[in-house]
Design a protein around this ligand. Structure first.
Ligand SMILES: NC(=O)c1ccc[n+]([C@@H]2O[C@H](COP(=O)([O-])OP(=O)(O)OC[C@H]3O[C@@H](n4cnc5c(N)ncnc54)[C@H](OP(=O)(O)O)[C@@H]3O)[C@@H](O)[C@H]2O)c1
Length: 254
């Protein structure tokens, strides 16, 4: 039986954990060859093992998204091993230094900007330059955040600014490159069941209680629910969806 991504190749950054791993496994389950990228090799190898156990083909590439050469090498590795790059998911991201803006260190500012914004910019460049040479083009999904849309939360200003930039990069790049056959969209998760949505010192049970108070649906989104949105945007079902942002946030920004 063929699935939506049979014989297609998908690159996922930040795929050693959380949302990125769930996205990689969802692609593998639908027949894709997956190339998983991140800085730490151990978690990537675990994702590869899980993808292969699910019957998929997978390749781990150690890459820091703040370095152009690493992203170019990841794209080249995907093409060399599997023949093309059909889908890319720019998911790698960090949240550093929660607290009032005036107290944020310059280092935490630059780290977030370098990974969350420059990392997406460099990834888009490397991916689009490959995809626009392919007769079938490609589809890219960036992971933004409701923090960059209209969710407001004190103590997360720098992170929110980086994610707003991802939303703008998504729309601009989508318009710049739809004529090249490259379709670009974003998914904006709200609080999702990974360590990133835990407040300092908070347990999962504590987060569950907080979510019941703060979130209309009463719970975080699962990583599988976010992955399902990513796969939709990357699939031919979304062939006329260009430069949009699909919000998966349990109603937080409704
Ligand atoms: N969880 C939420 O509530 C939530 C909500 C909205 C948006 N998001 C966004 O969703 C994305 C995934 O987050 P997550 O919740 O799944 O958190 P996570 O488990 O911490 O995943 C982040 C991944 O990014 C990788 N990464 C970080 N810096 C990198 C770099 N410079 N180069 C390559 N890879 C890098 C990390 O692996 P290495 O450290 O090994 O590189 C890690 O696997 C992020 O963009 C985040 O901002 C999350």
């Amino acid at each position: 039986m063929t699935s939506r991504f049979t014989d297609r190749t998908a690159l996922v950054t930040g795929a050693g954990s959380g949302i990125g791993r769930a996205v990689a496994l969802a692609f593998a389950a639908e027949g894709a060859n997956v190339v998983v990228a991140g800085r730490r090799r151990g978690p990537l190898d675990e994702t590869v093992a899980l993808a292969e156990a699910a019957g998929g083909k997978a390749l781990a590439v150690t890459a820091d998204v703040s370095r152009a050469a690493d992203l170019q090498a990841a794209v080249a590795a995907a093409v060399e091993r599997f023949g093309s790059l059909d889908v890319a998911v720019n998911n790698a991201g960090v949240f550093h230094g929660g607290g009032p803006l005036a107290d944020l260190s310059e280092e935490d500012w630059h780290t977030q900007l370098g990974i969350n914004v420059t990392g997406v910019f460099l990834a888009l460049q490397a991916e689009i330059r490959q995809m626009r040479t392919q007769p079938a083009g490609g589809a890219i999904v960036n992971i933004a955040s409701t923090f960059g849309l209209h969710k407001r939360q004190p103590g997360a200003t720098a992170y929110a600014a980086t994610k707003a930039a991802v939303s703008v990069l998504t729309r601009g790049a989508a318009l710049d490159h739809i004529g090249d056959g490259v379709r670009i969209n974003a998914v904006s998760p709200g609080a999702t069941a990974t360590s990133m949505s835990l407040r300092p010192g908070e347990t999962e049970a504590g987060r569950a209680e907080r979510m019941q108070r703060e979130v209309p649906l009463g719970r975080v989104a699962s990583v599988e629910e976010v992955a399902a949105a990513v796969l939709y945007l990357a699939s031919d079902d979304a062939a006329s969806v260009v430069g949009t942002e699909l919000v998966v946030d349990s109603g937080q920004t409704a």
